[in-house]
Design a protein. Sequence first.
Length: 86
Amino acid sequence: MTLHDQIKQLIIDCLDLEDVTIADIETDAPLFGDGLGLDSIDALELGLAIKKQFDVKIEANSDATKAHFYSVATLASFIESQRGQE
């Protein structure tokens, strides 16, 4: 499973998106607002799940963090960059 697919599955699992499949989530589409339509509570839950699964540090309430959470693609890039710093 690719990192993109792992992130998509994590989004589905941690947010209980029952009618959504990995194929339904576009890699470059926004996760919040017009895209997948997630909200700030979803962001907190997703952030915790990503920290736990990928063992990365996420700064709360920073503009950089908001940028990382824009899409599956930006999250994957962020996780890859964090893995490189270990």
